[in-house]
Design a protein around this ligand. Structure first.
Ligand code: CAA
Length: 301
């Protein structure tokens, strides 16, 4: 028998492209109230602006009625502190791929929220087991009942960009995740309109374990002058029917995010096949982050 998600209220941390997308599918598909937090008010403003745009587009295309769009928009409430997430049954964190930042957030969530709240991370490569350990209450060990219970409600829910469009969620169990947490998180992803695959907690999981060496190889081909950026991308688009070539996709994901993921996988495995290219490192040094910053392998206005 399948387990119900039991989420009466969800909360999302981060109003960037991933967090906003997760809030969107939660409000539109799972139809639950959503609390949204971002430390940057400007990010909240642009995130909500994007949500209004996507809702309006879906109404104009007949995918949603204007009443359903209004109801979905009304389900989203912005909060200015994580402690206001109290009452949420599930929190999904979608901030930058940086363990220190995530660790601080999960520590706060664990001290502020009920021990039964499921704490999910949208991380694309970082160890869920390490994130789960950061929720062990101060003064408790991993083997104390409180320490075990706290870590057992942490899980990975890895969405894909653009979240409203991409049909997949990768589900990842930390070493400590309980079966109940895993099944409730799976049920929630399905309620958000997604199909779910499962990956073990290895650096990059299945998706980025495959995608990042592919993107990196394309960047190294560009670096070696094997072909132009256009021809590398065109080869994959027209030769293999990929919707975007690898360089265009890297710009779309964000070059800083690609580099962070590649570094996590490289350091986590020690395998040189995952070593980020120097060109990618230099582009990130130059603050060329791809589409979001107006410049990456291509220019965006
Ligand atoms: N939010 C909501 N909807 C969006 C959107 C967004 N940000 N961007 C595009 N769409 C919608 C469009 O409105 C359109 O909807 P309709 O079918 O209702 O008309 C549909 O998507 C197609 O969009 P377009 O016609 O504008 O453009 P397209 O056909 O070129 O598709 C794309 C755009 C869906 C992004 C497509 O290029 C694509 O699938 N690209 C690959 C994306 C991908 O691989 N994502 C995964 C990245 S990896 C990741 O996210 C995880 C990680 O850990 C790094």
């Amino acid at each position: 028998m399948s387990i119900a998600h039991g989420v009466r209220k969800a909360a999302v941390i981060g109003a960037g492209q991933m967090g906003l997308g997760i809030a969107f599918v939660s409000a539109v598909h799972a139809k639950v109230p959503v609390l949204l937090y971002d430390k940057s008010p400007a990010q909240i403003k642009s995130g909500l602006g994007l949500m209004d745009k996507i809702l309006a587009k879906d109404v104009s295309k007949g995918k949603l009625t204007s009443e359903a769009a209004k109801e979905a928009r009304d389900r989203v409430t912005v909060v200015d502190e994580l402690k206001h997430f109290q009452g949420a049954d599930l929190v999904i964190e979608a901030v930058a791929e940086n363990f220190a930042v995530k660790e601080a957030i999960f520590r706060t969530l664990s001290s502020e929220l009920s021990p039964t709240t499921i704490l999910a991370s949208n991380t694309s490569s970082i160890s869920l087991t390490k994130i789960a350990a950061s929720t062990i209450p101060q003064g408790k060990t991993a083997n104390d009942p409180e320490g075990k219970a706290s870590a057992s409600r942490v899980v990975g829910l890895h969405f894909f960009n653009p979240v409203p469009v991409m049909k997949l969620v990768e589900l990842i169990a930390a070493t400590q995740t309980s079966q109940e947490t895993l099944e409730r998180a799976r049920a929630y992803a399905i309620a958000c309109g997604k199909e779910v695959t499962y990956s073990k907690d290895v650096p990059g999981f299945v998706a980025n374990g495959l995608l990042m060496p592919f993107i990196n190889e394309a960047i190294m081909m560009l670096e070696r002058g094997v072909a132009t950026r256009e021809d590398i991308d065109k080869t994959l688009k027209l030769g293999m029917n990929h919707p975007m070539g690898p360089l265009q996709l890297a710009d779309f994901i964000g070059l800083d995010t690609c580099l962070a993921i590649q570094q996590t996988i490289y350091h986590g495995t020690g395998d040189s096949k995952y070593r980020p290219s120097v060109l990618l490192e230099r582009m990130v040094d130059a603050q060329w982050y791809g589409k979001k910053s107006g410049k990456g392998f291509y220019e965006y206005s």
